[in-house]
Ligand binder design. Structure first.
Ligand code: GDP
Ligand code: IMO
Ligand code: MG
Length: 432
């Protein structure tokens, strides 16, 4: 029986992680974000009411539940308070009191955002298509050991010294490499002073509390952001985000022993989408792709950009299952495929030298050389939308799911048939 679950994106993000985390959260003693930042956009729909979370863990709508932001997250205090205020305005109670943040989180400051955006412009056609939120530069500072961390805010002189050093470096780049305005020291410090007093009381020994909760027998849910194919090491590099988004990152990013991660729930969209640049072997440029985008409302929840859509890629998922150790899959957005005459599954690729492979290679150049090999299955006319019982799914939809299980080699534990919390089928409960 699983005590703790890691929920991760198995594709290029936006698989529906937020919905499932919110659904599972009710049965836990806490939800933890362990990587990424406010580049994430996690959509929850409860009783028809929509909430989009970027930084705050997707357990926050459960009124008495504590939520945690671990050290692996890059934290924008401005984004955090914007989101807290939105939740408070929507009637969610005690958000600040229930949110605990690791003092070791690196902060995202204005110069990270300026740099992220200036670099994208300089890259021109080769741009990554980042969310422009300063995520990459903030992680660079962490690895370069020059971050202003949340806990540093206790000492403003220390913060000022770090900001000064960092601006000396970045303003040279901004002005002379990218030809844009430098970032003003006084403005950065004014911003830091404006959020400092509100942030300091939220800082907490997250790793310590999670360990204690575990010892007390409470269940914990670790919420991944982005997806495996956007992982800095194993994704389509360099068209990736700047953190590890695979299941193993939960241990490091939350500060818990890896033995605590006893179930990995891979969230898997029933087809594939991607936002931003980079190779996408099963991408569709025709009416079928446009239909998926329209029925699936495939627009980014952070930037509003249209998501690219394509067929289900079982060869990519195989890689994801391998790296994450996916215990069970939750197939989401099955309803978006309702009414399609036939559906395709990519089972492998033909490589530029004519050879075949059944698993996604690493890195953008190798993935760009993959031509998908498809298997075609019949579609289904009867709606799956809102179905809550596996037995009530159309036979061909079950056949599609079975084939995904066979080709990928992992079991389907859950199926999502609509955006609402209730539109969920449980095949094997991850906590059972
Ligand atoms: P996340 O980043 O993985 O949390 O996913 P997003 O929230 O960015 O994107 C998923 C989108 O699909 C959101 O708009 C959800 O409300 C919606 N969604 C989630 N599950 C389902 C589903 O089973 N069916 C449909 N039609 N929409 C879903
Ligand atoms: P959730 O958690 C989809 C993509 C961006 C870009 C690349 C790098 O909602 O699934 P970054 O700003 O992180 O440096 O951008 O990563 N990206 C996402 N795509 N869903 C996300 O998060 C994403 N977060 C980042 O579009 O291609
Ligand atoms: Mg999203």
């Amino acid at each position: 029986m699983a005590q703790n679950i890691v929920v991760i994106g198995s594709q290029w993000g936006d698989e529906g992680k937020g919905k499932i985390v919110d659904w599972l959260a009710e049965q836990t003693g806490g939800v933890v974000r362990f990587q990424g930042g406010h580049n994430a956009g996690h959509t929850l729909v409860v009783g028809g009411k929509k909430t989009i979370l970027r930084l705050i863990p997707s357990g926050i709508l459960h009124e008495t539940l504590n939520c945690y932001i671990g050290s692996g997250v890059v934290l924008s205090p401005e984004a955090l308070f914007g989101e807290i205020d939105e939740l408070l305005a929507a009637g969610v109670q005690n958000v600040e009191q229930r949110l605990k943040i690791a003092p070791t989180c690196p902060l995202i400051l204005p110069y990270h955002i300026a740099l992220d955006q200036a670099r994208e412009i300089s890259r021109g056609a080769g741009k990554i298509g980042t969310t422009g939120r300063g995520i990459g530069p903030a992680y660079e500072d962490k690895v370069a050991r020059r971050s202003v961390r949340a806990g540093d805010l206790a000492d403003l002189d220390k913060v000022a010294a770090k900001v000064k050093t960092n601006l000396a470096l970045y303003n040279v780049q901004l002005q002379h490499l990218h030809g844009v305005e430098p970032v003003d020291f006084d403005e950065v410090m004014a911003k830091i002073r404006s959020f400092r007093e509100r942030l300091l009381p939220m800082l907490h020994d997250v790793a310590g509390t999670l360990y204690q909760k575990h010892q007390n027998g409470e269940r914990l849910l670790f919420e991944g952001a982005q997806g495996t194919l956007l992982d800095i090491d194993y994704g389509t590099y360099p068209f990736v985000t700047s953190s590890n988004c695979v299941a193993g990152a939960a241990s490091v990013g939350a500060g818990v022993p890896s033995q605590m991660l006893d179930y990995v729930l891979g969230i898997v969209k029933a087809y594939t989408t991607r936002v931003g640049s980079g190779p996408f072997p099963t991408e569709l440029f025709d009416d079928i792709g446009a239909g998926l985008a329209e029925r699936g409302h495939e627009f980014g929840s952070v930037t509003g950009r249209p998501r690219r859509c394509g067929w289900f890629d079982a060869a990519a998922l195989k890689r994801s299952i391998q790296i994450n150790g996916i215990t069970g899959m939750c197939i989401t957005k099955l309803d978006v495929m309702d009414g399609m005459k036939e559906v395709k599954i990519c089972t492998g690729y033909t490589l530029p030298d004519g050879s075949q492979t059944d698993i996604l290679p690493f890195g953008a150049d190798a993935v760009a050389g993959c031509t998908p090999v498809y298997e075609t299955l019949p579609g289904w006319d009867e709606p799956t939308f809102g179905v809550k019982d596996y037995q009530h799914l159309p036979e061909n939809a079950k056949r599609y799911l079975k084939r995904i299980e066979e080709v990928c080699g992992a079991p389907v534990a859950m199926i999502s048939t609509g955006p609402d919390r209730e539109e969920t089928i449980v095949v094997h409960h991850p906590f059972a």
